[in-house]
Design a binder for this molecule. Structure first.
Ligand code: AMP
Ligand code: MG
Length: 311
């Protein structure tokens, strides 16, 4: 997945031996490898690559894991007014090619790619476990959800192996299971968006996920101008430079992953959507007139123990 995954577990050595803990951790890493093989768009034979070779209306039977994750992403597309949309792939490919050629796409190319995007053009058949695309030239990119999903799966494997307290961190996609110790919750940090040696937020969490999306880790350059790897599926353009980063706290990591990407597309308007979930929170960093500003969802400080550094 192009990142480093860190797993920590906290055990009572009298009840649960160190070897058993290592075994559980190894199983969690095996699960992450398994998921990478399924979801990678770089592997020709991955399940996702096979989906992406489908012609219009051609059906493919898919495994339950993939079916359920795609189904979940469609639900989040609906709930984020289409800001999160895995069918964004034709646009992702177009802008990646534009970056390589150092030339922005022309109107025709943009229009054509945009015409192939739209989560409503994916059809899932629940009883047959099949997927098909309603338009020619479609494809899916789970880059905005798979890391979170892998984190959730790793946590599940740890739980199945008797671990009650763990922290999984997939390159910033984190889930805190239980506690660090009897007295302390897990404490996680969000890197400063402009200084990787500093933390911007520190937060204590229990049975929650946090994920951050932003413009500072992955981007591409055309004519000397930086473009985000996050694309607004509704306009076809990479998100502007107003949004610097979005961190989302949610009950599971897949949700936090998708909502952090969606918040980058939605900006401040995204707070209403976050509120609608009832169990999610967000911290949005924006830049205007050369200054950074942080906005937080209402009541977040009452729900969590947060310490915030200067931006
Ligand atoms: P993340 O780093 O979690 O924000 O995910 C960004 C990745 O998701 C990108 O590199 C693309 O592969 C994909 N992506 C870009 N824009 C969107 C979008 N609007 N909805 C869903 N996935 C996206
Ligand atoms: Mg994400």
């Amino acid at each position: 997945m192009g990142t480093i995954v860190q797993i920590r577990v906290s055990i009572n050595p009298e009840k649960y031996g160190e070897n058993r803990a290592r075994d559980a951790i190894n199983k969690a890493f095996e699960e992450i490898d398994r998921i990478e093989n399924i979801y990678s768009v770089y592997k020709y034979d991955s399940e996702i690559s096979r989906i992406n070779r489908l012609r219009k209306n051609e059906r493919l039977q898919i495994t339950d894991g993939v079916f359920n994750l795609i189904d979940k992403t469609l639900d989040y597309s609906e709930k984020t007014d289409g800001a999160f949309d895995i069918t964004v792939k034709p646009l992702v490919d177009l802008w990646a090619a534009a970056g390589k050629a150092n030339r922005p796409p022309d109107d025709y190319e943009l229009k054509r790619a945009l015409g192939r995007v739209g989560y409503k053009n994916i059809a899932l058949d629940k009883s047959a476990r099949t997927i098909y695309f309603k338009k020619e030239g479609m494809g899916i990119d789970l880059g905005g959800a798979a890391k979170g999903y892998a984190t959730d799966r790793a946590i599940r494997i740890l739980e199945e192996n008797g671990i009650d307290n763990a922290l999984v961190n997939s390159g910033g996609d984190m889930y805190c299971l239980g506690k660090r110790s009897a007295r302390e919750l897990w404490r996680v940090g969000v890197q400063h968006p402009r200084d990787r040696n500093r933390l911007f937020l520190e937060i204590r969490l229990k049975d929650k996920a946090i994920d951050t999306s932003g413009d500072y880790e992955r981007y591409f350059v055309i004519d000397g101008k930086r473009h985000s790897h996050i694309i607004d599926p509704r306009t076809g353009y990479p998100i502007g430079d107003n949004v610097v980063s979005a961190s989302v706290i949610a009950p599971d990591s897949a949700a936090a992953d998708m909502l952090a990407t969606a918040m980058c597309v939605l900006g401040e308007k995204g707070f209403d959507i976050i509120k609608g979930f009832g169990d999610a929170d967000a911290v949005l960093v924006t830049s205007g007139a050369g200054r950074l500003k942080a906005d937080m969802s209402e009541g977040i400080r009452e729900r969590y123990d947060i310490s915030q550094e200067r931006l």
